[in-house]
Design a protein around this ligand. Sequence first.
Ligand code: FAD
Ligand code: NAD
Length: 465
Amino acid sequence: MKDMSCKLLVIGAGPGGYVCAIRAGQLGIDTVIVEAKKPGGTCLNEGCIPSKALIHAAGEFEKAARLASGTSPLGITAGAPKLDLAKTMLWKDRIVGRLNTGVSGLLKKAGVKTVEGWARFADGKTVEAETETGLQIIRAEHVVIATGSVPATLPNLPFGGTVISSSEALALKSLPEKLVVVGAGYIGLELGTAFAKLGSAVHVVEAQSHILPLHDAELTQPVAKRLQEIGITVLTGAKVKRLSANGRELQAGTSSGETVTLAADKILVATGRRPATEGWGLEAIDLDMDGPFIRIDSECRTSMRGVYAVGDVTGEPMLAHRAFAQGEMVAGIVAGKKRSWDKVCIPAICFTDPEIVAAGLSPEEAKAAGIQIKTAAFPFRANGRAMTLENEAGFIRIVARADNHLVLGIQGVGAGISELSAAFGLALEMGARLEDIAGTIHAHPTQGEGLMECANKALGYPIHL
Ligand code: FAD
Ligand code: NAD
């Protein structure tokens, strides 16, 4: 096979890698991308997209079941819904397939050459890709490592048999009657909620003292309440002890010293992800590390000249939109533009029920940084649109400097609030003050008015409260 050479070689076509390659191609850089599986990476194939499809389907099923139960205050009743999980999964797979084709097409349109295979560094400028037709040598001036992350394993619960990761959970052929979820983080609660709504009996085992430990109790409380309503039991402060030989009984130690035995058809381990740093020759280039992650500077440069890293392999938060932004920035740098990481915030969303959005500093984080703050929350129960959508649970909260009212953080919890993350992020990136948000006309009736209302409240003159 003839050797290839290019200006930019990207390893991994997940959000970090494919965005970097597309932008580089658009900027006229001769670019090659190597991907061992499918374009789109974890996010598109086994993460963001299929999980959100399943969450939506589960929400629709639960809504229909509520109508069938005759408890809806809307005066609507309907027959009991039926689930054809195979069809649900097919619908989800078709969305993934459409987007796979879309990413491949965008790479092609930008003039990027794609090599299908597993890449391995021979040295800092040379990569060997194992392809179906043999070993492809690729030489490049610049290399971007975008190898992503893989599910973390628990030593006493290795994957296999009944013990599954999110990847298998998103491809189940039948609904587990009893599902035990280990970890009440993003994946555990997003997927645990979806399976419970579809009809599984779900138990969650969480090591920390409360669910979604990254967020404060005020934000997570509406989610905890809803988990209870859906019938999910959560054991917090609990530790997994052992799994029975047939894999169908999991013992967990509770914070009060008891041992609880949980019956399970499937056990979803969702205790975090680890960077994908094995099998591609990290040892050959000996990069500086930051714990398990590849160390990068504010331009995503690694310790080796000409080698960059983006996305999950570089650290927290392991979110697709962080990878997108890093990838886009690196393409600019390789094209000779002056770019560096100057983002004010990376919004984070839990697609739980209700959803949580966190952008910038929480009140506790701001106080811990020694900043005097003004903070206020506006509840959706005082918002007309939220009432008309039966979305009254939750609130929007704003955090600003007490002296000049610069907005430092906006968080919220509520149904559909993920769509407000753009407004929260924009306000923070633009350096908005409380007065800017309070003085912006927010269309009525929308849940977004809650943002203006909490800015007004922080300034001391709320209208609808
Ligand atoms: P990845 O997406 O992991 O892509 C890395 C790619 O590199 C893979 O395709 C892999 O096959 C390829 N690769 C690795 N090594 C090699 C090699 N040596 N040769 C060739 N190819 C290689 N994030 C969000 O922001 N929002 C969400 O809603 C969200 N939901 C998620 C739900 C789940 C269930 C999971 C698991 C994750 C979710 N995430 C979400 C996280 C998101 O998927 C990741 O942050 C994102 O995919 C990281 O992008 P990346 O480009 O760094 O790596
Ligand atoms: P996570 O870090 O969100 O949650 C892991 C949870 O497991 C934590 O609550 C932790 O305390 C708990 N835990 C750890 N060890 C445990 C043990 N031995 N027993 C019981 N509980 C234990 O990780 P995740 O849910 O696996 O998701 C991985 C990453 O994927 C996330 O950090 C995030 O970056 C990304 N993700 C993002 C989204 C989103 O943006 N909506 C959705 C899914 C995944």
